[in-house]
Design a protein around this ligand. Sequence first.
Ligand code: TXA
Ligand code: MG
Length: 356
Amino acid sequence: METQIVTIEKADAPAYIDEKLERAGACIRQGGLVAFPTETVYGLGGDALNPESSRKIYAAKGRPSDNPLIVHIADLGHLDSIVSEIPEHARKLADAFWPGPLTMIFRKSELVPRQTTGGLDTVAVRMPSHPLANRFIEKAGGYVAAPSANLSGKPSPTTAKYVIQDMMGRIDMIIDADGVEIGLESTIVDVTGDVPMILRPGYITQEMLSKVVGETDMDVTIFDSSSTQAPKAPGMKYRHYAPKGELVIVEGEPADVVRYINEQTSLHEQKGEKTGVIGTQELIEKYHADSIKNAGNKDDSASVARQLYTFLREFDDEGIEYMYTQSFADAFADKGIGQAIMNRLLKAAGHRVIKV
Ligand code: TXA
Ligand code: MG
């Protein structure tokens, strides 16, 4: 299959952008697949109401078809037709956080095919805030099913470069544009129960949600690798976000962390193995490794979030076999997007954490 790359620049004339989005929308309406930017990560879109489109999405990603897709809408009025009920707390959350990086799980209506929901009676819905995403969804007919636009098992793409690396020849079109600012996938909240339950942490934190609806819960499996329960979001059971090499999270006093990581990298070096380190600005000069990634100031969790998946992808491209990262647990795990960062890092590291 030939994949068209459509580049949109901020300075492009509105009519020119409109024409490109119109073509992308038409492609979806005709059953094609289009990758597009959102404020979190790139999505791989297809018509959410067309079972054949959903089948194609699973095939393009190499994703197990029991892992449901998120339906993206651009207009709150479109929610009614795809869900069978809108609980009061969901209305409040939609008012507060849509458009934005929040996905809610509802009971689905007849209109949504089971191919889109991985066989479930529930449907995940999100209204993104990226302006191009919104206009594209409108032109696509209003309901775009989109997982992250990576091959299954790879980190979600935050730039078009990595969408192209994974999806070239597998989908019809890739929209290449700026504005993927958050860098980690949306917060997922199940709103079907009495108390909204967080299934995946993201930019919208538990604290922010609780301010709007009072009590909220969190799926116990999110941070507990030893839990025998299946996660409530089917996708969270897979070893996602994984780089090719082995990643280890190192926790402790800064001086101890630096000493441990440097000991490890020099041992690998002696064996001719390639090493990588992710560190914060304050410590970055102290590390020795083949590839060193500066995650920014230790208090700047947004900077870490924005760059994390790019670092993991770059390590892959550079052939790095052993990677070490400072833990961000002390710095900001319980603040803002910090919890989402640690959740994704733990998965990428297969829960390998060393306390020094
Ligand atoms: O930020 C995002 O959410 C991005 C952008 C493109 O919007 N999308 C994204 O999609 O991360 P994906 O498919 O990579 O992750 C969707 C997650 C999976 O873990 C899936 O299992 C879960 O949402 N999910 C989808 N529908 C669900 C449902 N009905 N019940 C429980 N979990 C659901
Ligand atoms: Mg994904």
